[in-house]
Design a protein around this ligand. Structure first.
Ligand code: USQ
Length: 394
């Protein structure tokens, strides 16, 4: 199939291009290269050095013996977007071209506004462009498990049957997002569902958990093919940050008591799931929702897994609880379904400790790069709009 990846330069986009190529798909990409700027704005850098987009494209061509069509531009530029779709005529579009950080969206008015404008308007433009240029294209939109929040109910995959005053219906499961970023994803989901209903487009909305990992299956050894790995408070996610902290023997920064539960998925599994979604498209007019994660963990349990894996490799790290800069539930029920991808053939890698050890090994090569930016490890962005570094609480 011809697959266009919007956001091809990011943590997920660049490895996905390689993974899909290995599965026989023809890949093209668009990107405004904003992720690089956001991480610089946070005073940080990818722990794993990454090449410029031009060197990435040259490395891809050398490794796979074929060219990757790339166009630099922004989804907010509607003319650019329509021209890109018309040029490539994709069978599927994977939409990763969003600002992905909850803390970044909570910094201040400007960052909240930017997040929602970039994500919601960019996605709306994409829906219009698909309708006008290639209405039979399958849109695979990256949503987030965070759209659901942490209700005191089990979480289905997008929809549930509800009975109210003696009548029944199947309705979208309530969304209770926990940041302006997560709400931007809810707004995208609503717009996508609506576009499928009124225009007959077809879309899969992936509710993805927190991704971690430095590698995919069969990654080429060329440095241009590596993906980035962030560890700052905005673009570094929990396990990725803990592994970067461990390799420099910095305390693992558990926010609050660490009783928060989230769904987690290794990078290599995320690639597998997206490929399965592309290869098993919905019908025209169908809007379907898949929850995409391997297992759920408390943050405290994850920090312990990283601590133990590090200790096996001779690295001693302590776990430190910090005042939680976020407003989120300290302890809660969390039991989301994730059957639909398994039904399509998703086979989880399953060995989280093994994956963490691979990460620690990879990251120890880049210890100096993490040490150079270690001031970004302590969070200071608070959900009340103020900024103050969190202090240790034990
Ligand atoms: N946390 C810590 N210590 C840290 C970093 C995070 O305790 O150093 C805690 C947070 O308080 C939170 C949990 O770990 O309770 C997850 O935080 P995170 O930064 O790993 O992930 P999150 O902000 O939820 O967002 C990430 C991605 C986002 C994606 C989401 C999936 O940045 O793009 O949508 O994971 S989910 O969490 O399922 O909504």
């Amino acid at each position: 199939m011809k697959v266009l990846i919007a956001g091809i330069d990011g943590y997920l986009g660049w490895p996905l291009a390689q993974y899909l190529t290995q599965r026989g798909h023809v890949v093209a990409g668009i990107d405004a290269l904003l992720r690089r700027q956001w991480v610089t704005e946070m005073g940080s850098d990818s722990a794993i050095p990454i090449c410029s987009i031009n060197d990435r494209l040259a490395g891809y061509e050398k490794c796979f013996g074929q060219e990757l069509l790339f166009r630099e531009g922004n989804l907010l530029d509607y003319k650019f977007l329509k021209e890109s779709l018309a040029e490539f005529q994709p069978d599927a579009i994977v939409h990763f071209a969003e600002m992905p950080s909850a803390p970044y969206s909570m910094i201040d008015q400007e960052h909240s506004f930017f997040t929602q404008q970039n994500n919601v308007m960019g996605s709306l433009n994409l829906l219009w462009a698909i309708k006008e240029v290639c209405p039979e294209t399958h849109l695979i939109k990256l949503g987030t498990m965070g759209e659901y929040g942490t209700p005191n109910l089990d979480i289905p995959e997008g929809f549930f049957e509800i009975e109210f005053r003696g009548r029944k219906d199947v309705l979208p499961f309530p969304r209770q997002a926990g940041s302006f970023y997560h709400w931007s994803k809810v707004h995208d989901s609503n717009n996508t569902m609506f576009a499928c209903r009124i225009w007959g487009l077809k879309a899969t909305d992936i509710m993805q958990g927190v991704v971690f990992g430095t590698r995919i299956d069969n990654d080429g050894g060329d440095p241009s093919l590596r993906t980035r790995l962030d560890f700052d408070q905005c673009f570094g996610t929990a396990i990725n940050r803990f592994c970067c902290q461990a390799v420099i023997e910095h305390p693992l920064t558990v926010y609050g008591g660490g009783g928060q539960i989230r769904g987690f998925i290794p990078l290599r599994d995320s690639m597998q799931c997206v490929a399965l979604v592309i290869e098993n498209p919905p019908s025209m007019g169908e809007y379907r929702v898949f929850n995409q994660f391997d297992r759920t963990y408390t943050i405290e349990a994850l920090a312990s897994l990283v601590q133990v894996a590090a200790s096996d490799l001779g690295i001693n790290v302590v776990i430190q609880n910090y005042e939680n800069p976020r407003t989120e539930m300290a302890k809660h029920h969390y039991n989301p379904d994730r059957n639909r991808l398994v039904e399509l053939g998703y086979k989880p890698f399953g060995n989280i400790v093994g994956e963490i050890k691979i990460m620690l090994d990879d990251l120890s090569t880049w210890r100096e790069r993490i040490i150079k930016h270690k001031q970004v490890l302590i969070p200071d962005i608070r959900w009340d709009g103020s900024r103050r570094p969190s202090r240790g609480i034990n």
